[in-house]
Design a protein around this ligand. Sequence first.
Ligand SMILES: N[C@@H](CCC(=O)N[C@@H](CS)C(=O)NCC(=O)O)C(=O)O
Length: 208
Amino acid sequence: MIRLLGRRSSFNVRKVLWLCDELGLPFTREDWGRGFTPTTTPEFLRLNPAAQIPVVLTDGLVLRESHAILRYLCLRHGAEALYPSDPAKRVFVEQWMDWVAYDLTHAMRGAFLGGQLKEPPWNNPWFVDQGRRDFTHCIGLLERELASGKPYACGDAFTLADIPLGLVVNRWFAVQGFDKPDTPHVSAYFERLSERPAFLAHGRNGLP
Ligand SMILES: N[C@@H](CCC(=O)N[C@@H](CS)C(=O)NCC(=O)O)C(=O)O
């Protein structure tokens, strides 16, 4: 059984929820994080010294970092189609996931946490402007990739890469406060992902 710690509104918890539903994995979830039990309690810090959600307890392991958790669950539960074992296929899943973790995380902190939620310290005007520019740049890159005709990030099939990207695209359409270019291929990708019940439950569910 999988025990997932983290509020269901969290961007990173939602990735794990989406994957569990895609794979039909049974799990229990407990509300930790903002608005619930703080992640700074000694009990939580023993599980994740970084004081962040999600944390997953399974198979006698304590797992942190959403993308590491996604990879582990795919490997553990034989999700070959989502996370191919062929290195020449897997590398393209990894490149999108790393891009979300490194580049998009910073961009969204400025554009969303700073620009929209006005949360310090991200609401520094320079950081907000830079985040909006970077977010727009990244979505432009995704638009050009999808314009080549592929329905999903890695080609014809839905893979693990589409889970973090789906959350990013959902946030892109939710974020306000600056001019956003038309991105018809990203819009079509968003609609394609919306054919998946698990995306509607945890991604495009009214939360940014
Ligand atoms: N790199 C981490 C980031 C985790 C993270 O930023 N989690 C946020 C929620 S999305 C958090 O713990 N916020 C504190 C809180 O909710 O109290 C991951 O991918 O798991």
